[in-house]
Design a protein around this ligand. Structure first.
Ligand code: ZN
Length: 149
């Protein structure tokens, strides 16, 4: 399942990316553009914009009711019957939506904080923004927030 999230759903988009779901999000994309991307790329439009309700069956969309990103994720999960694969978690850049590539531990020495290097084995990086990711505290928080990893 792939998504395009509107500009009010930045935190939800990050949660979905962390779980490995291909989710387009940019705060520069306007509503009409959002719908175009959804239709063109066969993505489910996630939106808080009530105008979506007038669009009838023309678009695959989910109207998000809640303000809180944890509750928003719960809406997506239950209403779309989202199948969460723990193996998919942390395979996608939280910022770019790019797929991450695994990198060797020895290659990150000096590029990550020493304590992170000492305490972690698995690292991956984003070819686009060059950030390095590991399953640190962010991952633990996400596990706690979503309860599905
Ligand atoms: Zn990136």
């Amino acid at each position: 399942m792939r998504f395009v999230a509107d500009r009010m759903l930045g935190k939800l988009a990050k949660v979905l990316r962390i779980l490995g779901f291909d989710t387009i999000y940019s705060n520069r994309v306007d509503f009409e553009e959002l719908l175009c991307i959804g239709r063109r790329e066969k993505r489910i439009v996630l939106t808080r914009n009530t105008l979506i309700r007038n669009k009838g069956g023309k678009y695959a969309f989910l109207f998000i009711h809640d303000d809180d990103h944890k509750a928003q994720f719960e809406e997506v999960r239950t209403r779309l019957n989202l199948n969460i694969d723990p193996a998919g978690a942390f395979t996608r850049c939280i910022l770019c939506n790019n797929e991450l590539k695994k990198i060797k531990r020895e290659d990150v020495e000096g590029d990550v904080p020493d304590y992170v290097f000492q305490t972690h084995r698995d690292f991956s990086s984003c070819a686009k923004c060059k950030r390095i990711f590991w399953k640190g505290s962010h991952y633990e928080n996400m596990r706690h927030d979503t309860r599905f990893m």
